[in-house]
Design a binder for this molecule. Sequence first.
Ligand code: SAH
Length: 499
Amino acid sequence: MISSSEMTEPTTAQAPETVTAVATETEMSRERDGEEEEKIRRQKKLEEALEAKSLRRIISAYLNYPEAAEEDLKKWERSYRKLSPAHKALVPHYALKFERLKRCISTNSYFIFNMLQAFEPPIDLSQDLDGYEDSNLDCAPHEKYVLDERHDSSCQPALTNNCAHEEESKSLHDSELQRMNASDPPPKNHSEDTRNHDERYDCDGDHLNHDHGNASLSSHDWLDPSLQTHVPLVDVDKVRCIIRNIVRDWAAEGQRERDQCYKPILDELDSLFPDRQKKSTPPSCLVPGAGLGRLALEISCLGFISQGNEFSYYMMICSSFILNYAQVPGEWTIYPWIHSNCNSLSDNDQLRPVSIPDIHPASAGITEGFSMCGGDFVEVYNESCQAGMWDAVVTCFFIDTAHNIIEYIETISKILKDGGVWINLGPLLYHFADTYGHDNEMSVELSLEDVKRVASQYGFEIEKERTIETTYTTNPRSMMQNRYYAAFWTMRKKCAIMT
Ligand code: SAH
């Protein structure tokens, strides 16, 4: 870009007075530029400090998991102790169940701790917000929202939703995640401009390399329990939700859900790009809101240059661990269902172990160019270099995460090549609907009919459409099975685009 000082550079042909005037103007403009630069620098530092704060809180949420789980257990034990001896005698195995639960919590904690140990923070976590007198700090975008818990029916107890999220949850802001790997090389289908956005799992033959940003604390000081902050329980709930998401994406038990949600998408991609193996460059496919990355990986294995996009550090920490560090299938054991006593057919169901991952990602047969890109979908992919880059965009349980779904549709249209396809599966459970206490929180909640109408305005034509019945991170052995009648469609971007 040409800077304004270059543009006002005087020429020798000018009269002396004019030169002086221009020179003064230039000086002023340089000063303005300097001030502007300083403002931008301060803003960046503030954003980075906020990101560090946000990430520390997410790490703390993971580290608080054992304590919070044990608290729950103590509560259950207290209730048990209140039983009369006669009633206690009717459930004599309870003491043993509590012992077993304790061991399950330890096993889950062991997994979490190993995951955190593998995590290299892409930013310096020691920076803090001291010295920033920014009145907006309280409502910084980081504070608002991160995980897709409303889809997570298993996060909800039978009667109330304890997975309340937006108000208290902690999130990464888009621009923060975009900076996650400033030192990474760009992915093949990215130009220079977007390389700072990438948190990547680059494919290198038969193993995945995860390049990390150079700002990491290598010593893992941040794992020191004494440095941990106490986080609200709602944050720890997110960790429990992640554990359930692991089952959806990376356990044999999640196969049924994956067959319901991912298989129709994969079948569709397979039939829409029949000659992809014969092409010199495989078709490219973007998966915004990629969660723990399984769908993006499967798309890669199908023969696409696949990129997942995700803006939650909760998700990214976990997907990075499984994609990059898993050595063998079944390497880890977790107990995903221990946190609720509700709707269990038996204690053994509740306490059953789940082995993860069900496959070894690095040996799954990925296509070169597989990557995960951290950051807010709209921000990252509205970069001009992304326009018309993708052959396919796949959204699964994603489009209702928007404040403004029209912006998502517009972005999808923009980044698709002419003739490219958008495959979507999911409900319209708008995440920002009913965000009590946040009256200014934007939430545009279109009906399916309106979504399709808007899409047609952005040049999309529907090629296929049906309803798919599915669950989302549901315990398959629970007596409660929330079902979605999800919209599934394939739309093709025609050339005529509304701008
Ligand atoms: N596709 C996955 C995850 C669905 S949940 C699956 O089917 O399992 C929706 C995901 O979108 C969450 O992981 C959430 O963190 C992510 N997300 C929400 N808003 C986002 C945004 N603006 N940009 C990128 N990811 C986003």
